[in-house]
Ligand binder design. Structure first.
Ligand code: X2X
Length: 344
């Protein structure tokens, strides 16, 4: 009887201390963790968020319950404040564009250097190589836990006025651009009239004609139906691409058991791969399916010849050089070397 009591006492003590629970810190877990994204499940970005949340919920048996908040709604749609909100714990997890976090982390502008990355292999050479490692170390130092890369995609320029084949065609056109000043410089160098606004504000501005054009990946164009807000001209110039980064707030991360951290990381890697695959689906080959879909909307899709593209590279070269200094010449050199050495 005495022995049985001892066993029972030990079992009770173990339970109180939480040693026998699958997640030692279970009682400290929040009922919900908030995941910020800019766009929802009609887009590869939001689909990846949904996948990440689902995988984590399944594999932790519901211990970690992630809810996605698209539209950057946790910061009232202001994408440029998302990174600060993750650091402060207003946001628990995020899948964010390198562009939207570049106001806080200047090195993220490397992906926005005009015409640095000529193809998908070049994006991979950066995110999966030494540049990606450096960026993760910088993010870690800035107080978030980076886990995996996803992709928004090559940003193509669109407008309601006329086909763009030369920088001169952009003269005087009003463009909505994203939150990094680098984009203002690039569009100004091309003779256009850029104005910075959030994605939430961009769509009504396009619809009302307050701006003539914008730049975004074609998956954003199709899912947001930008042809219905006057965007009848698309030029495939592939000038920049924005990867997405999966991160977790530092304190939230520290509150999870090692096992659960491993589950969240692995799920981020899988959702990231899924995101990249979706972002590139129908974009390659001699006659990419997405181009046909967009043409089917009555949109004029301009493919630049190498000579035509070279004129845009030349016109933006001074911007590249100015920003290479601000980003850090060593990181930019590393990026250029990774692109040059990429496996095509
Ligand atoms: O605002 C944009 O253009 C978007 C949706 O692509 C980003 O969040 C960078």
């Amino acid at each position: 009887m005495k022995r049985m009591l001892t066993v029972a006492a030990i079992a009770a003590a173990t339970l109180v201390a939480g040693w026998s629970l699958p997640a030692a810190a279970q009682t400290k877990y929040a009922a919900e963790y908030r995941l910020s994204t800019v766009v929802g499940t009609a887009f590869p970005w939001g689909k990846a968020g949904e996948r990440w949340a689902d995988l984590v919920r399944q594999r932790t048996s519901g211990r970690i319950n992630i809810k996605m908040y698209p539209g950057t709604s946790l910061v009232a749609g202001d994408q440029t404040r998302e990174f600060s909100a993750i650091r402060q714990g207003v946001i628990d997890l995020a899948i964010g564009s390198t562009i939207n976090w570049s106001p806080q982390i200047r090195q993220l502008n490397v992906f926005s250097l005009p015409f640095l990355m000529p193809d998908y292999a070049a994006i991979d050479a950066l995110t999966q190589g030494p540049v990606g490692k450096d960026i993760f170390a910088i993010l870690e130092k800035a107080g978030v836990v980076p886990l995996a890369w996803g992709e928004n995609g090559f940003r193509e320029v669109t407008n309601s006025k006329r086909p763009i084949r030369t920088p001169a065609d952009m003269k005087g056109l009003k463009f909505r651009v994203v939150g990094s000043p680098l984009f203002l410089d690039t569009f100004t160098a091309l003779g256009a009239n850029p104005t910075q606004m959030s994605w939430a504000d961009a769509q009504p501005a396009l619809a009302s004609g307050a701006v003539d054009g914008q730049e975004n990946p074609l998956t954003i164009f199709t899912a947001a139906k930008l042809h219905t807000v006057g965007q009848k001209n698309v030029t495939l110039w592939g000038y920049v691409a924005d990867p997405l980064i999966f991160v977790v707030n530092k304190d939230v991360w520290a509150s999870w058991s090692k096992e659960d951290q491993a589950i969240v990381r692995q799920a981020a890697l899988e959702a990231g791969k899924y995101c990249v695959d979706l972002a590139r689906e129908g974009m390659t080959g001699a006659s990419p399916a997405v181009h046909k879909t967009i043409e089917g909307f009555g949109v004029n899709v301009v493919k630049l010849t190498p000579e035509e593209r070279a004129a845009f590279v030349k016109a933006t070269r001074a911007v590249y050089e100015k920003w290479a200094k601000q980003i850090g010449p060593d990181l930019v050199k590393k990026a250029e070397a990774s692109v040059a050495a990429r496996k095509k």
